[in-house]
Design a protein around this ligand. Sequence first.
Ligand code: KIV
Length: 271
Amino acid sequence: MSVAGKARKITTNTLQEMKDAGEKITMLTAYDFSLAKLVDHGGVDVILVGDSASNVMAGNETTVPITLDQMIYHAQCVVRAVDRALIVVDMPFGSYQGNSKLALESAIRIMKESGGHSVKLEGGAEIVDSVKRILTAGIPVMGHLGLTPQSIYKFGTYTVRAREEEEAEKLIADAKMLEEAGCFALVLEKIPAGLATKVSQAISIPTIGIGAGAGVDGQVLVLHDMLGITMDFSPRFLRRYLNLSEQIEGAVSEYVDDVRSGEFPNESEQY
Ligand code: KIV
């Protein structure tokens, strides 16, 4: 039986065993109880309470505005729903950069108040002190390199990162530094597939890609994108497994018609 098939609960060790056995890791986002339950039952290995909640739940243009309190709230909802998956909680912008003491305090709040299993931080050398300090408290840390949406105002665009040699070299050095610091896995977002493969071979911890090709150790997508709930976002890497926006709008308009016409509720739908 596969490593993932045997695991009653996924831990950071399970993910390492999966990489070592050549088994692909699956990760999806979730932000609320009902969908997190479905995602867990669907058999995903890792649930990311992503700060993409800022976009898909709150309607913000970027991930910058979401607060630590709001991330903790979303994580609490997810934790109540999940039996098997490992839960990773994004540390929001402003809760860890440039201040490792603040980073540790923020990570402790996430772990204590939400019950999540680990945290994720964006960046490389710039945040490695925060990563190390969080790890001293026994909190598992996932890294995130490549496109780092919390730095949108520095880069000015969500385009593919590390196409140029210099940026690619820095990314490889950052990946090695995060592995050495003690991260249990790395997200690689929107970088050339060849580079992502090279990073995955250069480090021994698992890499989980989004828009990073097939040579990584696992894949992650934003749930609302892959279910077709958000339709205004169509990057090349996104595969939509459902077209829920059409189905939900259809169901709502059918309900509106039925109520207006008196067709709902019928005899069997009343007391
Ligand atoms: O916040 C998020 O959803 C993420 C994924 C895109 C990896 O960080």
